[in-house]
Design a protein around this ligand. Sequence first.
Ligand SMILES: [Zn+2]
Length: 216
Amino acid sequence: MNIILLGPPGAGKGTQAERLVADRGMVQLSTGDMLRAEKNAGTDLGNRIKAVMDAGELVSDEIVSSLIDENLARLDAGQGVIFDGYPRTAAQAGTLDGILARHDRKLDYVIELEVDEDALVERIVGRYTCAKCGAGYHDKFKQPKVAGTCDVCGSHDFKRRADDNEETVRTRMAEYRAKTEPIIPIYDARGILRRVDGMADIEDVSVAIAAILDGK
Ligand SMILES: [Zn+2]
């Protein structure tokens, strides 16, 4: 089973990918992670990547293709793959088909975690954590039982991430739309695009994804 998981930052894509890795032994091939790993490994390819990144340039499609090729070659035939952050253009989608075919694989599903932008903004902007133990809270959905006191450790210090603000979230959403717009119609036409309500509870999203993968 080989899938592409799509969803804007904050849609819970990382959590769902982690579960697929843990529950089904799938391997997540994230473009960003692969680039960093190769660069740190100091291989010839890694050094080329480092040179491109240090120059502030975008890594070429050819390099990303080589990385995916190499990573697929390391896997057992039975291990499923979750692609994350690739493809982002129609040309890359075609390239991915070719790479998968070389490894006797094919893309089974493209799963998009759909979000309501306003609700996502509300969900992200309102969240904060205990500065001491990391317990998660939310202005609207999960206030501490005693105002200003952490339920778990009793601390009175809380913190918010600087990028959890409306402007950043909306910018990330716009970037996501721009990156996925070229590829969604390709997979939709092929009949392998599936949409899941990313605003549902984490558990419900997992169940919906499992139903797709199990062909239910
Ligand atoms: Zn705490």
